[in-house]
Design a protein around this ligand. Structure first.
Ligand code: UDP
Length: 240
């Protein structure tokens, strides 16, 4: 079942269910897509119908962050759980490692994808690394060729939103992968370039605050969150 939060329709799943569905998608033909919208992407979708269509037509739309969970709750259509994209992908790596499946890391600054691949290969013995490439390239064609020659089961596309969603849409038909997921800054986290919030902060749903303290330049982007919640409350009260 999908839950509508200001036009974006989210899958109502727990983390385990999301990983289970991801594993099933590895066995279906064609390059399925996974997107992980946060309030900022929902706001972008409100201004860009083509982006909205791209996001909503993904095979899995996972609620990334507490803002979406609050939004759904205020709208009286609560979601079971937040499913941060970086955690979902690690859930996939754990299961893929047992099954000997492969992953390709695309995105972030030069050297980061390789470091992320190395760290994940160590953390999940058995996980096959099909390749890694940075996210700063001109033409898509040569990168698509590289990915296709590696033919990974899972492709992580970490170019930031909405670039990664558009990249997946534009290249989907020519990509030889089973599943691809747009995961923002996850490679920076796997590589250790960016630290996730400590567990205590995450349990208190304060990961956003931790990120803001560590990267104050995100303030402009984060100011979309109160705006998003204001629109949600308006919709709840006035129904439009
Ligand atoms: N990025 C990239 N190519 C670009 C622009 C951005 O690979 O042309 C990368 C950037 O280096 C970073 C990620 O995309 O690793 C975006 O991270 P951010 O923290 O902004 O994403 P979020 O998780 O907030 O969506």
């Amino acid at each position: 079942m999908r839950v509508d939060v200001l036009g974006v329709t989210f899958d109502d799943v727990t983390m385990d269910e999301a990983v289970g569905l991801g594993m099933e998608l590895l066995d279906t033909p064609g390059a399925d897509t996974v997107v992980t919208p946060n309030p900022e992407i929902v706001m972008a979708c409100r201004k860009d119908p083509e982006l909205l269509d791209t996001v909503n037509s993904a095979s899995l739309v996972l609620p990334d962050g507490i803002g979406i969970i609050y939004g759904a709750r205020i709208l009286k259509t609560p979601l079971k759980s937040k499913v941060p994209g970086a955690d979902w992908a690690e859930g996939m790596f754990a299961r893929m490692a047992r099954a000997g499946r492969s992953v390709y890391f695309l995105g972030a600054k030069p050297g980061v994808a390789e470091a992320a691949a190395e760290n994940m290969a160590k953390k999940y013995p058995g996980l096959r690394i099909a390749g890694a490439h940075d996210g700063y390239f001109g033409d898509d064609g040569p990168v698509v060729e590289l990915i296709n020659s590696a033919s990974p089961d899972l492709l992580l596309v970490c170019l930031g939103a909405p670039k990664q969603e558009k990249w997946m849409r534009d290249n989907r038909d020519r990509l030889n992968v089973r599943l691809m997921a747009g995961l923002g800054g996850s490679l920076d986290v796997y590589a250790g370039v960016v630290q996730r919030a400590p567990d205590r902060w995450r349990k208190l749903d304060l990961e956003w605050l931790y990120r803001l303290i560590k990267q104050p330049s995100r303030l402009g982007r984060m100011l979309k969150l109160p705006w998003f919640l204001a629109i949600v409350v308006w919709k709840r009260v006035f129904g439009k």
